[in-house]
Design a binder for this molecule. Structure first.
Ligand code: HDD
Length: 700
């Protein structure tokens, strides 16, 4: 049979029953299935056999190559941050920052630099769920015209440890326990709290980790931080300390713990899907980049060390200067090639950005390249399209596994004088435009004895933990206590709980008492602190609730509208329009995915089936049922749970009069967040109703 003819279902011909749709075109066309050697494949359904029912032949290179490649499709996952989701976009500078830095992205107002940003959880494996209680990675690769700059941060501005030498211990303690291989993606187990309780320097980070920050509603509603103090260096070589902040234009928003747990079951890919779908529908998430810039004199005036990554500089002490924005506007074309193979490294800096002596940062500079060689298999992983700089790469590094480039000429060393023979001689050093390490403070400060010590200035482990806890809004403080009780309840060894509570006594006696009460254990005496605990001025900027980044509308959010046969067509139509006008997404949920027959006889297609779309998927819900629909759904557990969870997760509930029996059955009590389906619903949907919480769960 001719190769390029289109033919339909073939049956009875050599046992084939599938539909073949052969490619058209000549040998240069790209729509032919080929082997990796470019040989066209005539049959992708059957192995080569000796006779229709006979043995398979070893000479079948099409089969062998296909299975061989499949067998090697997986690469080692990241040792941490294995679960991640990413997107392409750009960074746009709001101003010319040359007074501070010569870094290319900041050289002119309005200048755009392409970026690739990957968000991640830390502890879980690549296939773990999106919503465990965990820190989130926030890594941005800037493809500048002077090379790649990676800002590899987290959604929390401090870290657990002060010295990189403790990183393997920290990660071993949080990952699945060594003998039993569980729990996956969870810090609520003995080894983590054992380590943490023995490392008082982790206490500040623990306050953040137990706060609502580690159960974000969306990757789009998280802040990001560079954490370490870095340096910006201008063309004259003048250096300024900086701390980097990413501020989401979507606002900062988190879930309730019960909600995060239920999302994990309803949609393990909740955050990945949310990011992909938002970008896909043109609702591009955006973050502003801010810096806290300061000099050595300011650093010396602070009661803590700016080289200590367990410390923040409160925004009230040093405001964040907004210098640009990042817009994520394109989903990856291929998850593996881009999101999985991207390799970030804090050591990737461009002229104008430099390091400090932060001992955590310094250790990181080694780890990333090293792990990537093991993960991506060769020292040439920088040639992968997602990692390759978008400017020329020219040097005399050669060869190695998977070399993708074909360097020309005899010269593979420098200096060389082959040009005297008229040959190509390769690139040369650039003393003026090249990267020059900034000496920063006087060189003599960097000379000293060889010591394995922690500076005295790193000794205060509790003052900022107290600052964070006390700066939170009251519901957020209750959540911290709740999370600690939850996590320590999963710790079997009592001495670990006691030691942890003794450390908490230094943070805040009330917090220690709340946790002790929640565990029904006596409050231990505070542990001995290495430095006196200070009462610092509170920082309201640290709050989510009532904080500067609390969302003030429903833009970018999802509102579920529950309909069933008989729902009022006018109400549903008006509601959908109002939600969409406010920049949110209206999702029609019905008992059957084919839709519901509305009051005017029209069929409204559903976006989701009720049983597959619990209310945890939405930010607020509207129950648009008729008497008939309510009567039917009173007998449907998923409908009762839909309303009960929305109420328990402190969300706005808009409901038609006819839906009232369903609300009653779900235990909904009237409050400011329970409204009708008129114009006020959209406004009510913009927030969570924290006042409701003490009535729906016992908080410590
Ligand atoms: Fe790390 C990955 C963030 C401390 C060693 N780290 C990794 C990623 C993020 C961070 C976001 C994922 C990047 C991606 O999406 O591919 N890590 C941080 C932050 C830290 C930090 C904000 C402290 C301020 N990390 C840290 C230390 C070490 C590492 C102290 C080791 C000494 N981190 C790694 C690593 C990873 C990594 C093992 C795993 C995969 C990778 O690098 O490429 O090298």
């Amino acid at each position: 049979m001719a190769d390029d003819t289109r033919f339909d279902t073939e049956t009875g011909n050599g046992g084939e029953t599938h539909q073949r749709i052969p490619a058209k075109g000549d040998h240069a066309s790209t729509d032919h299935l080929t082997t990796n050697q470019g040989i066209r494949v005539s049959d992708n359904q059957n192995q080569l056999k000796s006779g229709a029912r006979g043995p398979v032949l070893l000479e079948d290179f099409v089969l062998r190559e296909k299975i061989f490649h499949f067998d090697h499709e997986r690469i080692p996952e990241r040792i941490v941050h294995a679960r991640g989701s990413a997107a392409h976009g750009y960074f746009e500078s709001y101003e010319d920052l040359s007074d501070l830095t010569r870094a290319a992205p900041f050289s002119a107002k309005g200048k755009k630099t392409p970026v690739f940003t990957r968000f991640s959880t830390v502890a879980g494996g690549a296939g773990s769920v999106d919503t465990p209680r965990d820190v989130r990675g926030f890594a941005v690769k800037f493809y500048t015209e002077e090379g790649n700059w990676d800002l590899v941060g987290n959604n929390i501005p401090v870290f657990f440890i002060q010295d990189a030498i403790k990183f393997p211990d920290l990660i071993h303690s949080v990952k699945m326990e060594a003998d039993r291989g569980y729990p996956q993606a969870a810090s609520a187990h003995d080894t983590f709290w054992d380590f943490i309780s023995l490392m008082p320097e982790s206490t500040h980070m623990i306050m953040w980790a137990m706060s609502d920050r580690t159960i974000p509603r969306s990757l789009r509603t998280m802040e990001g931080f560079g954490i370490h103090t870095f340096r910006m260096v201008n063309a004259k070589g003048k250096s300024t300390f900086v701390k980097f902040h990413w501020k989401p234009k979507q606002g900062v928003q988190s879930t309730c713990w019960d909600e995060a747990v239920k999302i994990a079951g309803a949609d393990p890919d909740f955050h990945r899907r949310d990011l992909f779908e938002a970008i896909d529908r043109g609702d591009f998430p955006e973050w502003e980049l801010g810096i806290q810039a300061f000099d050595a004199e300011f650093a010396d005036s602070l009661p803590y060390d700016v080289l200590d990554p367990t410390k923040i500089i409160p925004e009230e002490v040093l405001p964040v200067r907004i210098i640009g924005r990042m817009v994520l506007d394109r989903c990856p074309d291929n998850f593996f090639a881009e999101t999985e193979q991207v390799a970030y490294c804090p050591g990737n800096v461009v002229p104008g950005i430099d390091f400090t002596n932060d001992p955590l940062l310094q250790g990181r500079l080694f780890s990333y390249l090293d792990t990537q060689k093991s993960r991506l298999g060769t020292a040439n992983f920088h040639q992968l399209p997602i990692n390759a700089p978008k400017c020329p790469v020219m040097n005399f590094q050669r060869d190695g596994q998977m070399q993708m480039n074909v360097p020309k000429g005899r010269a593979n060393y420098e200096p060389n004088s082959l040009d005297m023979t008229g040959e190509e001689t390769g690139p040369r050093e650039c003393p003026v435009t090249g990267f020059v390490t900034d000496r920063g403070r006087a060189a003599e400060e960097e000379q000293g004895d060889k010591l394995r010590v922690r500076p005295e200035s790193f000794a205060d482990h509790y003052s900022q933990a107290r600052l964070f806890y006390r700066s939170l809004a009251e519901p957020e403080q209750a959540h911290v206590a709740f999370a600690l009780v939850f996590e320590l309840s999963k710790v079997g060894l009592e001495h670990i709980r006691e030691r942890m509570m003794a450390n908490l006594g230094n943070v805040d006696p009330d917090l220690a008492k709340r946790v002790a009460d929640g565990l029904n254990m006596p409050v231990p005496k505070p542990s001995k602190a290495a430095a006196p605990v200070q009462d610092m001025d509170l920082s309201p900027a640290l709050r989510i609730i009532g904080g500067p980044l609390e969302p003030d509308g429903i833009k970018g959010q999802t509102i579920a509208i529950l309909v069933a046969d008989g729902s009022d067509a006018g109400t549903v139509g008006k509601l959908t329009k109002a939600i969409e006008k406010a920049g949110a997404r209206a999702v029609i949920v019905a008992p059957k995915v084919g839709g519901a027959k509305l009051s005017d006889g029209s069929m409204l297609k559903a976006d989701a089936q009720l049983a597959g779309y619990p209310s945890v998927m939405a930010d607020a819900i509207a129950i648009a049922l008729s008497d008939e629909g309510t009567k039917m759904l009173l007998k449907e557990g998923a409908a009762v749970q839909f309303v009960m969870d929305a109420f328990g997760h402190l969300k706005a509930i808009g409901a038609s009069e006819a839906s009232k029996p369903l609300l009653d059955k779900a235990g909904v009590e009237p409050d400011a967040g329970v409204v009708g389906l008129d114009d006020g619903f959209v406004e009510a949907a913009a927030k969570r109703y924290w006042d409701r919480e003490p009535g729906v769960r016992m908080l410590p």
